[in-house]
Design a binder for this molecule. Structure first.
Ligand SMILES: NC(=O)c1ccc[n+]([C@@H]2O[C@H](COP(=O)([O-])OP(=O)(O)OC[C@H]3O[C@@H](n4cnc5c(N)ncnc54)[C@H](O)[C@@H]3O)[C@@H](O)[C@H]2O)c1
Length: 416
């Protein structure tokens, strides 16, 4: 339409200039309003998907959304079809197959132990109250005919039929066991009595997951099993240290009085995939801080030493001890000793990035030195750790990298 026609069509000629301006402004506003309205129209599924992907990619560190979605899709399809694939397991005949209970089996160590025993072809029952454990750690076995997961607190008695009991249930990291000290003591005392009672009724063999903390802040270095320890009975760690010491006492009391077969593993610091993100332990702290570009915090000067074993080495040791004829306590740990500052440097180097190491005040009753003497384990179990520190740390870094990715993904998902 030409402008003269437009003027004829609209009664613009008769309007005064102020009215004409007002008319033009209103006309433009109506046009803008209409275009906005049409852009907020319901989007089609493809547009919606694109919008979601665009939103996800606005995240601080972009994540591989398509890969995450593909994995979720696969899981949904598996669930819909009922064709869940389990890791491969051996077949054991009735004579060799054992009914094995793992208390705390949904935790870090317990879930790796479940993997080992399931793959060997045993029937595994995991009992857990999910205080620090999570279903996700054993999710890959749920539904398998040889596997059962029971939500239960071992402070209450449990009546099932078993041949062996791996008794691991107890919070293990300082922030977790200090969170509710009374519950920590109850789990290690009442819970252990309950499991020993179950062992007595079923005539099962029980292995206690004890700890190097029974040596406290040791005056003997390296620590062998003859050493009685140096523990503060009323310090902040006592609920755990003394809890485990009395749990050991109970095991040998039941062995003596009730003829129960017991095994006691004194476990030294262990690390690996499925450690808790926020358990405050050295390896997980350092890796997470380095991955997120945060300062790596070292308590005290960092001259205190620790020796860390990789979780699969520990699991091999636990199974060897359970099936051995040796009933005295056995240290399971890696004697490869490093200062905490060394660990900070190794992890920083393996993760890359530019995190700085910063020192914070030392923690109360933090042991200055820790290194196992593993002569007993070598002699009686023919066991020693095999996984090199850097190999284990790299696997753990990979695990935490994926955990951070999934956490970011879930956080973004929750914003929709
Ligand atoms: N990881 C180590 O470095 C280390 C070192 C020394 C000893 N240990 C011992 O090994 C065992 C396993 O340690 P982890 O590192 O796997 O710890 P974790 O916290 O990952 O696992 C402990 C499990 O026990 C469960 N649990 C706690 N209280 C319970 C209760 N009352 N009833 C039922 N379940 C309960 C938790 O939910 C969790 O699944 C613990 O007994 C710990 O003391 C571990």
């Amino acid at each position: 339409m030409t402008s003269s026609k437009l003027m004829r069509f609209l009664p613009l000629r008769k309007m005064k200039s102020t009215k004409l301006i007002a008319f033009v402004v209103i006309f433009v506003l109506v046009l803008v309003g209409y275009s906005k309205l049409s852009s907020t129209k319901e989007t089609g599924p493809m547009e919606a998907k694109d919008n979601i992907l665009r939103e996800f990619n606005k995240a601080d560190s972009p994540i591989d959304v398509m890969e995450e979605i593909a994995q979720l899709k696969k899981k949904v399809l598996e669930l819909e079809k009922g064709t869940k694939k389990y890791p491969e397991t051996k077949f054991l005949n009735y004579k060799d197959r054992k009914r094995i209970l793992i208390t705390g089996g949904a935790g870090f160590v317990g879930s790796h132990l479940s993997d080992k025993l399931m793959k060997q072809g045993h029937e595994v029952t995991v009992v857990d109250n999910f205080f620090t454990g999570r279903k996700l750690n054993v999710e890959h076995w749920i539904g398998h005919p040889n596997f059962e997961l029971i939500h239960h607190d071992i402070v209450n008695p449990l009546y099932i039929e078993v041949d062996q009991i791996y008794h691991l249930a107890s919070p293990a990291s300082p922030p977790n066991y200090m969170y509710n000290p009374i519950k920590t003591i109850k789990t290690n005392t009442v819970g252990t009595i309950n499991m020993l009672g179950l062992a007595r009724r079923t005539r099962a063999r029980l292995l206690l997951a004890s700890t190097s903390e029974v040596y406290g802040d040791p005056e003997v270095h390296p620590q062998n099993e003859e050493y009685w320890g140096h523990v503060n009975p009323i310090g902040p760690r006592a609920c755990y240290d003394e809890g485990k010491r009395v749990a050991e006492t109970m095991c040998y009391a039941y062995a003596k009085q009730e003829n129960i077969e017991v095994r006691v593993a004194r476990i030294f610091n262990t690390f690996g995939p499925r450690m808790h993100m926020n358990d405050g332990r050295v390896v997980s702290n350092f890796i997470l801080q380095a991955l997120q570009g945060q300062p790596i915090t070292v308590y005290g000067e960092g001259k205190q030493t620790r020796s860390f074993q990789y979780v699969t080495d520990l699991v091999e040791g636990l199974v060897a001890l359970m099936n051995s004829n040796y009933s005295q306590p056995v240290n399971l740990g890696n004697p490869d000793e490093h200062t905490i500052m060394d660990f900070a440097d190794i992890i920083k180097r393996l993760v890359g990035g530019d995190s700085k190491v910063v020192n914070k005040p030392a923690m109360q009753d933090d042991p200055r030195k820790r290194k196992p003497d593993i002569s007993r384990a070598k002699l009686y179990l023919n066991w020693e750790p095999k996984v090199q520190l850097e190999v284990g740390i790299n696997k753990t870094i990979e695990y935490f990298r994926n955990e951070l990715k999934s956490t970011k993904f879930s956080e973004r998902l929750n914003t929709f």
